[in-house]
Design a protein around this ligand. Sequence first.
Ligand SMILES: NC(=O)c1ccc[n+]([C@@H]2O[C@H](COP(=O)([O-])OP(=O)(O)OC[C@H]3O[C@@H](n4cnc5c(N)ncnc54)[C@H](O)[C@@H]3O)[C@@H](O)[C@H]2O)c1
Length: 415
Amino acid sequence: MDLPIRLVILGAGDRGRTYASYAAAYPGKARVVGVADIDPAAARAVAQAHGLPPERVWGDWHEAVAARPDCDVMVIAMPDATHLEPALACLDLGYHLLLEKPMARTWAECEALAAKVREKRDRLVVVGHVLRYTVYFRKLRDLIAGKAIGEVVSIRHLEKVGYMHAAHSFCRGNWGNTERATPMILQKCCHDFDQFVWWLGGRRCVGVSSFGETSLFNAAHRPEGAAARCLDCPAAVERRCPFSARKIYLERQDWRYPFVDRSDAAMEAMLRSGPYGRCVYACDNDAVDHQVVNLRFEGGVTVAHQMESFTYSGGRETQVFGTRGDIVGDGRTLTIHHFDTRTTELWDSALEAGTPQGSGHGGGDYGIMDELVRQLTAGDPAGYPAIFETSLESHRIAFAAEASRRARGALMLAD
Ligand SMILES: NC(=O)c1ccc[n+]([C@@H]2O[C@H](COP(=O)([O-])OP(=O)(O)OC[C@H]3O[C@@H](n4cnc5c(N)ncnc54)[C@H](O)[C@@H]3O)[C@@H](O)[C@H]2O)c1
């Protein structure tokens, strides 16, 4: 395939715009040739940024697919409930896919997609597991694969969601309600499960047990006198609330990133009537705010995974325990201890070149685009199945973890 690869963006929200921005940053590698979004402002923003003519700007994704645009890759970046149907349709039409995670909303749907992907083996399906394409996680994976600490025995992994991210995404926002979106453990932690499977060379998971709850964001914890919306809340209550929408969206800029219009006036109007202005104790959320998952992989490797909303900042911390050493990762550096020589190495991702660093998720947002370009221009589909199957296994684990949590820790996927 020739460069630049041609993309059509289905869903011009935060993720769609992020992937489109790669084409603007690297015009020699990718070009946006069409966009579809039911929100005209979102579609317009991408169309303007990429100079698209009106006939390449659609509303609903069905219109874009029906037009059979001349492109290489369909980027499916719509809400969770709108992944499977366009993915199947686009594969049938012969497009390659960059498909946001979760790939589908139930395990049965994932299996239906997997059947289609296996049928179309020469089509590349990259699921949005962006962490795989960061310098940091690539290094960790290479150390494990290169037996730097011998054979892996067990892993301890903490996913720090961050209290503002939890309030934004998993209480007030798109993923607060499991029925409308998908369970937190799938939504947030399929990235982590994808990592475990990838680090362990594609091993299957043969045991899952999980506990988790919504412990804070519910009516029982609503402070006395709190209003249903933060802008209506008495100052004495609002000033003491760490989750105040006024604090998160009006007094700082960083949580405005998902919105097209980020002006103060637009933010204030949004807080008056939109979901992000609601009191965190008066939403329709049921997403868990903490969950632990114990995993057993083929060969007896165990993983203790913890997802935690109540952390000051976001990120991931990992310890990998091997027969000849251990690795301690803080999301930026890796410290490798060798038992035989009693020596320690320190590796710092900030000093490395490689994955484009300018993008989000530690460089993974552009890293995944780089990989897409690399795979398609190499023109060898032999590696395509493994890229998808690792993502599929991560989803199998997530659905099993949710089933276990709902069954109060019952063992799932037992071999
Ligand atoms: N890979 C990651 O790290 C990562 C991070 C965040 C979100 N996600 C996933 O990416 C997906 C998109 O998330 P987002 O944060 O960009 O959401 P978003 O709400 O910002 O964007 C979704 C866009 O899809 C549009 N849309 C909805 N239905 C449509 C339809 N029928 N046809 C065309 N457009 C339609 C919406 O108008 C919206 O602009 C979600 O599935 C989410 O879980 C992945």
